[in-house]
Design a protein. Structure first.
Lengths: 93, 296
């Protein structure tokens, strides 16, 4: 299973380094989402690319501390499905 | 009483207001007596007329007219003053998209402006009135006008709308409060407006730097507290309280981000006005409290 952005342009983000949530603006729908920072980083890493869960997991593991690695591995597929439900990510079977 | 017909300079806008209704004219004369008058030749942003409606003497009604057209359904004449103020709010709420507009009370001290977004009943107007009666400058009871790309708020001082128990709370708080006519049995209960231009600089129009976003909530049952809250969560809540965040699209997102990056955000839970005012006065300027910290 692979994933790409569902939006025509990269969403806009507001990150605060001290917080566990981030704000994401979908430029196509005009919707604003409060996401976990993990989800926001996953979206920002997708960019123009189509990535597999394994690729994304590797990228996220490199961006967060080692203690989170296990959680990222477990949670990444669910995370991408949730982002798909929000209309932010497209799933390629 | 003579009909009322004035061009009022209110913040960045000119309202032309006309009425022959006695109670409305009396309220305008009490609450707007110190507002600057705009030149007769000035561009009128909002042309408002409140007139009587219907011919049945036992069922007196009034209508709110905007630009020569009736805007809303008729209301009983004893609710006409509140309908005027609500209509004046409506003028700004549905127009004026040169600003990011939040539904918020805004007050200022020498340290800057505090924006207090909140749903009706959150206690923002009561707190705003008490602060105004205690030397703070009321910038608005209804709209925070944020020029996109700025960290400032544009003053739009008008009377403060008080409802039900809040009216007596403020009457008890200060004998200096000046009230307009009560509007009874409205969909919000009894509504009465308090004169809001109490500060020497009330009618200045220069934008004021934003010091903080404070989300007030009146609660009798909870411990009082002023607690830092996450900026990202505050961003989304402030967007919820905005009249035009969605309408502005990406510009709205950038404007809100610019504002929230600069302004520490707090939750304020209170039931005692003196305590709440003290907490706002002692609130640290600049950086927010750590999120685990609170003042109680």
């Amino acid at each position: 299973m692979h994933f790409s952005l569902a939006t025509s342009r990269t969403p806009l983000f507001y990150f605060d380094p001290n917080e566990e949530t981030s704000v994401c603006f979908n430029p196509d729908s005009g919707d604003t989402h409060l996401l976990s920072t993990l989800a926001a980083v996953a979206l920002s890493e997708l960019g123009d690319e189509t990535l597999s869960v394994a690729d994304l997991t590797q990228i996220l593991k490199s961006r967060f501390d080692a203690a989170s690695a296990g959680e990222i591995e477990t949670y990444a597929p669910t995370l991408m499905e949730e982002l798909s439900n929000l209309g932010l990510v497209k799933i390629h079977e | 009483m003579r009909p009322y017909n004035e061009n009022l300079a209110i913040g960045p806008y000119t309202y032309r207001i006309r009425t022959t209704l006695r109670n409305v004219a009396a309220g305008l004369q009490a609450l707007y007596r110190d507002f600057p008058r705009a030149d007769a030749s000035a561009f009128v942003d909002f042309d408002i007329a409140l007139r009587s409606h219907g011919i049945l003497p036992w069922r007196k009604l009034s209508r709110f007219g905007f630009d020569g057209r009736d805007q809303f359904g008729p209301v009983p004449v004893h609710q006409a003053y509140a309908s005027l103020e609500w209509g004046m709010n409506w003028c700004v709420s549905v127009h004026c998209n040169e600003y990011l507009k939040l539904h918020a009370a805004v007050v200022a001290s020498d340290a800057g402006a505090i924006i207090m977004p909140g749903v009706p009943g959150a206690g923002k107007s009561t707190l705003c009135a008490a602060l105004g009666l205690s030397g703070w400058r009321i910038l608005s009871d209804e709209h925070a006008l944020i020029p996109p790309g700025s960290r400032q708020v544009v003053p739009l001082c008008r009377p403060v709308s008080l409802k039900n128990e809040s009216i007596d709370v403020i009457r008890s708080f200060s004998r200096d409060a000046v009230f307009g006519p009560p509007s009874l049995d409205t969909h919000k209960g009894t509504v009465q407006h308090m004169k809001g231009d109490l500060h020497p600089e009330s009618h200045a129009t220069d934008p004021v730097p934003v010091r903080a976003l404070v989300f007030p909530r009146f609660s009798r049952d909870e411990p009082q507290r002023l607690r830092a809250r996450p900026r990202t969560v505050s961003f989304v809540l402030a967007a919820y309280h905005s009249f035009n965040y969605s309408l502005l699209g990406e510009d709205g997102f950038h404007a809100m981000r610019h504002l929230v990056e600069a302004a520490p955000c707090f939750d304020l839970v209170y039931h005692d006005l003196e305590w709440a005012m003290g907490a706002l006065e002692r609130m640290p300027a600049g950086e927010a409290l750590p999120q685990s910290a609170e003042m109680s």
